[in-house]
Design a protein around this ligand. Structure first.
Ligand SMILES: *Cc1c(COP(=O)(O)O)cnc(C)c1O
Length: 307
């Protein structure tokens, strides 16, 4: 079985000229998979790491999470049942948001619970499966797992050896992607600076998670470059820099979303404008988020968001 996954590595001439840098993008938003993004690499590796094929996979995330959508897609592809414990309000269940309807179309079972009930619900689903004689596998939320981090260590190493970037920017949520790429950077010389741009967490909360992921990927105790100054007030919030990044990207035909990729790209724009990247070879690791952008285009936006 060939488990390697290929996505295009592209030179972005227009955007690079605009920012006066030599700009490349690793397009994991274009992996050969529906609604591609970094969850595809992480979850492919997670499924491949299992010694026996489970009857049911159980995981948790937001109703609209790329993680849960990708789990549902991969489980459906493999003929495995998926039971998703979704964080949301009972309203999500009754109104049937597009995200929830897609999960149901994919045949996933869904339980929408309040955040305090997630762990007990997962335990109950798992116990129910085992009692019915089924093999159940629980995937951590966001696929923050050793397999996920290692998938990014491998992908990062291949791309860094080929391109030899000096700076790498990536959106950082749970930290498995950033941790894997940071572990890869430690294996090439000279090492690129891998800057994880937080989409939600403060450095205090985020760095330990990235360090854990890097350690899973074989790099214990390396320096983590984590920038939490583009969070715009937290997950799903935006500020004018986020919006400007979305606008600049799309105006050059480069898709960015306000929840993830535009926060990382806003950091890249800021570093470029401050002269830190002038004339340097910069790699933007694109992690997906097209659904998030389309979702946002369909949602009326309040005038002043974030803080
Ligand atoms: C989940 C996600 C991230 C964050 O990845 P982590 O490995 O959890 O840090 C970044 N971008 C997109 C589009 C995502 O869906």
């Amino acid at each position: 079985m060939n488990d390697s996954l290929d996505a295009p590595l592209q030179r972005l001439r227009g955007l690079g000229d605009h920012l006066q840098i030599e700009l490349f993008a690793q397009r994991d938003d274009l992996l050969p998979f529906p609604l591609a993004g970094n969850k595809v690499r992480k979850l492919r590796a997670e499924f491949s790491s299992l010694h026996e094929v489970p009857d049911v996979v159980v995981t948790n995330g937001a109703v609209n999470s790329n993680h849960c959508r990708t789990v549902a897609l991969m489980a459906a592809e493999r003929g495995i049942a998926a039971h998703l414990v979704l964080h949301g309000s009972p309203q999500d269940e009754s109104t049937g948001s597009p995200a929830l309807r897609l999960l149901n179309e994919l045949g996933a079972r869904t339980s929408v619970v309040t955040p305090d009930a997630i762990a007990s619900k997962i335990a109950a689903v798992r116990a129910g499966a085992l009692a019915a004689g089924l093999r159940a596998h629980v995937i951590p939320g966001g696929c923050h797992s050793p397999a996920g981090a290692n998938a990014y260590q491998e992908a990062g190493l291949a791309v860094f050896e080929r391109l030899r970037p000096e700076f790498v920017f990536v959106a950082c949520g749970t930290g498995a992607t950033h941790g894997g790429l940071a572990a890869a950077s430690a294996l090439v010389s000279p090492s690129p600076a891998v800057i994880g741009v937080s989409v939600a967490r403060s450095a205090e909360r985020g760095i330990p998670q990235v360090e854990q992921a890097a350690a899973w990927a074989g790099a214990d105790g390396i320096d983590i470059e984590f920038d939490d100054s583009f969070r715009a007030g937290g997950y799903g919030h935006t500020d004018p820099r986020t919006d400007a990044a979305v606008a600049l990207g799309w105006s050059h035909g480069f898709p960015l979303d306000a929840t993830y990729t535009a926060k990382a790209f806003a950091a890249l724009i800021d570093y470029a404008r401050r002269g830190v990247l002038t004339g340097r070879r910069v790699l933007f690791w694109h992690t997906g988020g097209l659904w998030n952008h389309l979702d946002r285009l369909q949602t009326p936006q309040p005038e002043n968001e974030g803080d």
